[in-house]
Ligand binder design. Structure first.
Ligand code: RUB
Length: 361
C-alpha cells in the first residue's frame, strides 16, 4: 500500500519477513505516528498478535505463518525430536494469542503440515516456504476480491464499512476496502461511511487513515450513527470483512457488525462480506461453534490517544472498578448476508451448498 511518511510517498506492506525477522507497521500508534517495528523471534511475533500491534484476520494469519517460520529457523540445529517438540510448543504459543480469526489456525496448521516430513533442514525450508506462500496468497486473494467486489459498486455509491478490513488488516488491498480501492482507481465516484468501531476505534484510527492515504472521500461516524444514515437512504451497500465464517455462512466479525446487518436488511441495503478461503472454517457448522474473544475492561473504561503535544496518553471515561463486558466480535446469522466476495467470485445463497462447491469445504 502507498503511504505518505514525512511528505514522501512510500510503498509498504503491513508486515513482511526479512530472514528470521518480521517487520511490521505498529498499528497501535496510527494515525499519529508511522513506525516500523522488528520482531526478532516467534515469541515476539506471538506477543505482537496478542497485544494487537497488528490485527485483522488476514494480517494475523500471515503473522502466524511467519511466527512458525521463525520458530523453525530458531530450531534448525536441534535433533529431530527436539525440533518437533520446539515447533509444537511454538504452534501452541501462537495459537493462544487470539481465538476468533480462522486465518491464524489455518496458517499454523499449514506450516505444521508442510514441515511434517524430511530431515530437519528440509522441514525448516518447507515451513519458511509455506509461510511465504500464505503471504503471497493473501496478496493475490485481496487483489481478486477487489476485482470481483468492484462489480457490485456503481458510480456514486455510498458504502458503509465497520472496523478495519483494509490494507492494514490484510496485505496491501485488504478485504472490504479492496473493492472500494478498485472502484476508486477505476474512476468511479465513491464515498465511504467509516464506523468509528468502539472500543479500539479501528475505524477512526485505521480505516479513516487508509482513506486519507488513498484520497478516497469518506466521513467518520460514531457507531450509533450508521442506522440513522441507512434509514435516511444515504447508504447504498454495506461491506465488511470477517474473522471467521462457518460452513452455513454465519459470520463472526467485529462487535457491532450484527446490528449493522440487521438495520441494512430492514432498509433493503445489500450486505456483502469480503473474505478469502483462509477465513472460512468448515469445521464450524454454524456461528454457535465460533469462539468469541472477550477482551479486558480497560478497552471500555478508558481510551488511548495523543495529547495536544502529540504525546501518547490515556483518559479514563467510566468510573474506576465499573463492571464491564467486552466481547470483541459478534456473529451475524447468514440470513442477513447478501453474498460473500471471495477470490473465487461472489458467492450467493444457499450458502451451505455454494460455499462447499466453491471451496470444496
Ligand atoms: C478486525 C476485524 C476485521 C476483520 C476482517 O478485528 O474485525 O473487520 O478482521 O478483516 P481486530 P480482514 O481489529 O480485533 O483484529 O478480513 O481484512 O482480515
Amino acid at each position: 500500500m502507498k503511504v505518505k511518511v514525512d511528505g514522501e510517498e512510500k510503498n509498504v506492506h503491513t508486515l513482511w519477513r526479512e530472514g528470521s525477522n518480521v517487520k511490521l507497521i505498529d498499528q497501535r500508534i496510527l494515525p499519529h505516528r508511522f513506525e516500523i517495528l522488528t520482531l526478532k523471534n516467534h515469541r515476539n511475533t506471538a506477543e505482537a498478535i496478542k497485544i494487537m500491534i497488528l490485527r485483522g484476520a488476514g494480517a494475523i494469519g500471515v503473522a502466524a505463518g511467519y511466527g512458525m517460520a521463525q520458530a523453525a529457523l530458531e530450531a534448525k540445529d536441534l535433533t529431530m525430536n527436539e525440533f518437533e517438540e520446539y515447533l509444537n510448543e511454538s504452534a501452541d504459543r501462537l495459537r493462544n494469542t487470539r481465538p476468533t480469526a480462522a486465518n491464524l489456525f489455518h496458517a499454523i496448521d499449514r506450516c505444521l503440515a508442510a514441515g511434517s516430513t524430511g530431515t530437519v533442514p528440509e522441514r525448516v525450508e518447507a515451513i519458511v516456504a509455506e509461510a511465504d506462500n500464505i503471504a503471497e496468497e493473501d496478496l493475490e486473494a485481496s487483489q481478486r476480491i477487489g476485482e470481483y467486489g468492484n462489480t457490485l459498486i456503481e458510480n456514486g455509491y455510498r458504502i458503509l464499512t465497520h472496523c478495519n478490513a483494509g490494507a492494514l488488516a490484510f496485505l496491501d488491498y485488504g478485504t472490504a476496502l479492496s473493492p472500494i480501492r478498485h472502484a476508486h482507481a477505476s474512476g468511479k465516484k465513491v464515498f465511504v461511511w467509516v464506523d468509528e468501531t468502539r472500543p479500539r476505534c479501528q475505524g477512526a484510527r485505521l480505516t479513516a487513515w487508509e482513506m486519507e492515504q488513498e484520497g478516497i472521500p469518506y466521513a467518520l461516524i460514531v457507531d450509533n450513527a450508521a442506522g440513522h444514515f441507512m434509514l435516511r437512504g444515504e447508504v447504498d451497500i454495506l461491506i465488511t470483512g470477517a474473522d471467521r465464517i462457518a460452513a452455513n455462512g454465519d459470520v463472526a466479525n467485529k462487535i457491532g457488525t450484527y446490528e449493522k446487518a440487521v438495520v441494512a436488511k430492514e432498509n433493503d441495503i445489500p450486505f456483502y462480506v469480503a473474505a478469502p478461503r483462509m477465513t472460512f472454517d468448515f469445521k464450524s457448522r454454524s456461528g454457535d461453534e465460533i469462539e468469541i474473544e472477550e477482551r479486558g475492561p480497560e478497552e471500555i473504561t478508558g481510551m488511548w490517544g495523543v495529547d495536544e503535544a502529540g504525546e501518547a496518553c490515556r483518559v479514563e471515561i467510566a468510573g474506576e472498578g465499573f463492571n464491564v463486558r467486552n466481547p470483541a466480535f459478534d456473529v451475524t446469522p447468514a440470513r442477513y448476508v447478501t453474498g460473500f466476495i471471495t477470490e473465487k467470485g461472489i458467492i450467493r445463497p444457499p450458502f451451505e451448498e455454494n460455499l462447499r462447491e466453491t471451496f470444496g469445504g
